[in-house]
Design a protein around this ligand. Structure first.
Ligand code: AMP
Ligand code: ZN
Length: 476
């Protein structure tokens, strides 16, 4: 499998540290608000990566944190804690906010068929681990105390900027919002590992530590939670591109300083989902959530299909027009699948199966090219193969795509059958009423004959009398 590695900036053959096993870490949500569909684009594409690794036979262990403390309104060490801001906004406690939005996040993931990672760990449950690692960093000379806070000393590293050939706009997300330089920092890029003094003295969650009562910085969470569950080496780390700097840069700095060797081999960054007016936001413009899309009548899996239509390493523009196009294409795809009817004695053509499956694996082996994987699905539908083989392939691909293709097709078939049944019941009723009307006319009961005509007219059915008898047509 070839994967683009943000660290080396080239596509590389993916080779895990231990044959057959993959240790994967994902930055989880900051649970101060609902996830927007941009956040969920990252989780959808990471889900495809994880599922494809499982599909090709890797034993994957995936760990994700829940950021319920430490993430400030700027990704650098500036601003208010996002969780506290959420709590104030909704007049709730920080832990109530965390629980509510953690549940909301997983509810959204479920609707989008995003698998829950094997381990999900809230940061507030790992304070002892953070303290232990920070103590280690101080001992090794990589961290210092200043003005009550513990900082990581980036001047001790031979290389700090590891991802810096990204688009400047993306890279600067964290620093741009920084208002004033923290005078305690020895170097501009140093970052906080533990706060006891912040500008926001009303920080709700605080813990005792060797440096005083305080709370952890955001970056240390991911390093510690990853090491806690996956050990001192990691095969692949995922996240949205905005996390590359400073978050992932700082994760690498502190983890490698702590373990004393290379930590993570592959970095998988998902480019942003934007709107026509720019960056997606939870506060400006329409707050695009899965529930909002549902309330507008979209199936959440249409959004997943929309995301799979483009490569994770390209930014993607969301508009309702684009989503409508995806919905239309999805419906067409489903009706094509619904028209496949395998007869009882039909066998899967193994050779054809492998030949068509190869198109799918070639696409995903090439840096998780999901749009080509979808093309492979259309190739199956067009292929010269029997329905049993096609259906087996669709079911197989859907282990990775997770679009519930067969279930959608079955639903479409059931709806069509229901429609047909309703149609034939209506035709039978019309024919019966036409006969009754003819009988009424014969018996000179014109009032009854008119009643039947009007009753049908109300239903949009027009009766046409001729010498041969009465026929009917739909109005208009
Ligand atoms: P957060 O909840 O802010 O910590 O973000 C959760 C995940 O969403 C992180 O991996 C971010 O990098 C990612 N993310 C944030 N904004 C976007 C976006 N517009 N498009 C794609 N991913 C995003
Ligand atoms: Zn992280």
């Amino acid at each position: 499998m070839q994967l683009y590695n943000s660290l080396t900036k080239v596509k590389e053959e993916f080779v895990p540290n231990e044959p057959g096993k993959v240790k994967m870490y994902t930055c989880g949500p900051t649970v101060y608000h609902f996830a927007h569909i941009g956040n969920l684009r990252s989780y959808i594409m990471e889900d495809v990566l994880e599922k494809y690794m499982r599909y090709v036979g890797y034993d994957v262990k995936r760990v994700m944190n829940i950021t319920d403390v430490g993430h400030l309104t700027s990704d650098a060490d500036e601003g208010e804690d996002k969780m506290l801001k959420g709590a104030k906004r909704e007049h709730k406690t920080v832990m109530e906010i965390a629980q509510f939005y953690t549940d909301a996040f997983f509810a959204d993931c479920k609707k989008l068929n995003i698998k829950t990672p094997d381990v999900v760990e809230p940061a507030t449950g790992c304070i002892d681990d953070f303290i232990r690692v920070i103590e280690g960093l101080i001992e090794k000379g990589y961290a210092y105390l200043a003005g009550g806070n513990v900082y990581f000393d980036t001047s001790k590293l031979s290389q700090y900027y590891v991802f810096n050939n990204f688009d400047e706009d993306d890279l600067e997300v964290g620093v741009r919002e920084g208002v004033e330089e923290d005078q305690n920092k020895r170097n501009k890029n140093d970052f906080v590992l533990w706060f006891t003094k912040s500008k926001f003295e009303d920080q709700a969650l605080k813990w005792d530590s060797p440096w005083g009562v305080g709370y952890p910085g955001w970056h240390i969470e991911c390093s510690c939670i990853s090491m806690k569950h996956l050990g001192e080496t990691l095969d692949i780390h995922c996240g949205g591109i905005d996390n590359a700097f400073p978050h992932h840069t700082n994760e690498i700095a502190q983890t490698e300083a702590y373990v004393g060797h290379k930590w993570c081999n592959y970095w998988f960054h998902v480019l942003h989902l934007n709107t026509n007016s720019g960056k997606m936001s939870k506060s400006k413009g329409e707050f695009l959530t899965v529930s909002l899309l549902e309330s507008k009548g979209y199936d959440p899996l249409v959004y997943r299909f929309f995301c799979l239509g483009s490569h994770y390493r390209k930014s993607l523009v969301f508009s309702y027009e684009n989503l409508d196009n995806a919905a239309l294409a999805f419906d067409k795809l489903i009706s094509k699948i619904a028209s496949l009817k395998a007869s009882d004695n039909e066998n899967i053509d193994k050779e054809k199966f492998e030949e068509l499956k190869k198109l799918f694996t070639d696409a995903l082996d090439n840096d998780i090219n999901t749009s080509l994987a979808i093309t492979a699905l259309y190739d199956v539908l067009k292929a010269d193969a029997n329905a049993a083989t096609k259906l087996a392939l669709i079911e197989d691909f859907d282990k990775v795509l997770s679009l519930d293709l067969i279930a959608h097709a079955q639903k479409a078939t059931a709806e069509k059958t229901e429609e047909k049944e309703a149609d034939s019941a209506l035709v039978a009723e019309i024919e019966k009423l036409i006969e009754e009307r003819a009988a009424a006319k014969k018996a000179k009961n014109f009032a009854e004959a008119d009643r039947i005509r009007n009753y049908l007219a109300d239903k949009g059915i027009v009766l046409v009398d001729s010498r041969e008898g009465t026929t009917w047509k739909l109005e208009g």
